[in-house]
Ligand binder design. Structure first.
Ligand code: SF4
Ligand code: SF4
Length: 456
């Protein structure tokens, strides 16, 4: 019997490269050769590189990945855009590149977005990374997706009023919402946030949301009060700009580069070494994307900071059952899952929704989409909130100001007895409210180093 199998196999072997079963040979190679970091966006090669425009821009690794697709559909099954009735289907993005190569060849100058890939679909991606995470053969959808967006933006093929306004806001005002910097100054003065001058332990990165958005401001105020309670000294930057995250994810490298370089100059001038942020998008962009400019920025998310100090956060179960939503840029992008849970468990009974941790379902804001107006189909945030509310929890805990703002809108349309929505910083701030001692009576400010010493 075995020799019948062997003969059949030998007879079919020469046919494999000419069929869709080519992936049998290619997929092990793809897994071996895939880029190291999750969603790593390769830098543009120079002024003549406009991104993934046509066949001549398809790199070998992208071609290899496109031919390795086993068409299992796992990427699509987990895609929040596809799950909510949008055109985007990540499997068809990979297969679109393959079809292009088969039909037009690698040196062709016909734009991919005019041939085998839909531009509308490409700009529906929240960059949540679920597809890339799920793919069994290591296909990296995000560099393809961002490459295609770069191509569309740099060749003027993407016409979107919201997108144009966003890029202008970032260029002119240094923030995604288009507010004047003086609005941020007023907020800092009102809150009496110290300005970072190199003498404090932490630079508290406020981000666009923490600087201008009312809900984001509540989170930053809560977190600042917690830092103060814990005795960690901090200061905020006077001239902070957007990290460039939405420009980067939407394919505008020019604006992204300008913002990154301006911020890096500011950080160098102030001598900030340790940075902490309430926004996983800021953390990702500064820690990874800014490397393109030779920067290594030591930054952490506030969940990591809070978890490190968890033993000093008062414990009670004030919040009852609390369901935690893993933000894509904290979980899949940074691998931080346990830290926010550790913090939440100090204040309530932690509950996980059906899709949690690596399988978390996006809030719909990422990839710059929060700034692009209404979605087609069901709103991703509505789908996610429904799932979170269905757990029956008393509170929803978030750890990203974008998730927070998306869920706030989704919950506002729901019943009056909907669970309360809190960022983990707000949860901790409520925990310490009862035990907080007025500043003047608190004794000397302790640094993190001294508080760690105390615990030894
Ligand atoms: S990154 Fe998320 S939204 Fe974009 S295609 Fe992949 S799964 Fe869909
Ligand atoms: S998960 Fe990977 S192999 Fe499966 S269909 Fe999607 S891209 Fe292809």
């Amino acid at each position: 019997m075995w020799w019948i199998h062997t003969l059949t196999l030998l007879a079919f072997l020469p046919l494999i490269p000419h069929t869709k079963h080519l992936h049998l040979i290619l997929s092990p190679l793809t897994i071996f050769l895939k880029r190291d970091t999750f969603s790593q966006i390769p830098p543009l090669a120079g002024d003549e590189d406009f991104g993934l425009v046509s066949g001549k821009d398809i790199s070998r690794i992208t071609a290899l990945q496109a031919y390795s697709c086993v068409e299992c559909g796992r990427c699509t099954e987990h895609c929040p855009a596809n799950n909510t009735g949008k055109e985007l289907n990540p499997k068809l993005i990979a297969l679109g590149v393959r079809d292009y190569l088969n039909e037009y060849g690698p040196e062709n100058e016909t734009p991919l977005l005019a041939a085998t890939v839909s531009q509308t679909a490409v700009f529906q991606c929240t960059t949540c990374g679920a597809c890339e995470y799920q793919c069994p053969v290591g296909i990296q959808h995000l560099p393809i997706m961002i490459g295609l967006r770069r191509g569309a933006v740099n060749t003027g093929g993407w016409e979107n009023d919201h997108g144009t306004k966003l890029f202008l806001n970032l260029e002119r005002n240094g923030n995604a919402m288009g507010f004047s910097q003086s609005e941020r100054d007023k907020f800092i003065n009102k809150q009496q946030f110290p300005i970072f001058d190199g003498s404090q332990e932490y630079c508290l990165w406020m981000g666009c949301m923490g600087s201008y958005d009312p809900r984001g401001r509540e989170i930053i105020v809560a977190f600042a009060s917690v830092m103060q309670y814990l005795g960690s000294t901090y200061g905020v930057l006077k001239k902070e700009r957007c990290t460039g995250d939405p420009a980067r994810r939407l394919g505008n490298d020019l604006v992204f580069g300008q913002l990154a370089e301006t911020n890096l100059q500011t950080l160098a001038q102030t001598g900030a070494k340790k940075i902490v942020s309430i926004c996983p998008h800021c953390v990702r962009t500064m820690a990874e994307d800014w490397r393109e400019f030779g920067a290594t920025v030591e930054i952490e998310h506030h969940s990591e900071f809070l978890a490190r100090h968890a033993d000093r956060i008062p414990q009670n179960h004030k919040n009852g059952n609390t369901v935690f939503h893993d933000p894509c840029y904290l979980g899949r992008y940074r691998g931080v899952y346990d830290e926010p849970r550790e913090v939440i468990a100090r204040a309530g009974n932690l509950v996980d929704p059906p899709r949690a941790r690596e399988r978390s379902f996006c809030c719909g804001a990422g990839g710059g989409l929060v700034f692009l107006g209404e979605e087609t189909g069901q709103r991703v945030s509505d789908a996610r909130v429904k799932e979170l509310v269905a757990t029956g929890a008393d509170a929803i805990a978030a750890a990203c100001p974008f998730c927070n703002t998306m869920f706030r809108d989704a919950l506002s349309a729901g019943p009056a007895d909907a669970p309360k929505l809190l960022d983990i910083a707000q949860i901790v701030a409520r925990q310490i409210e009862d035990v907080a001692v007025p500043l003047g009576e608190r004794g000397p400010v302790r640094t993190e180093t001294s508080s760690q010493d105390d615990r030894r």
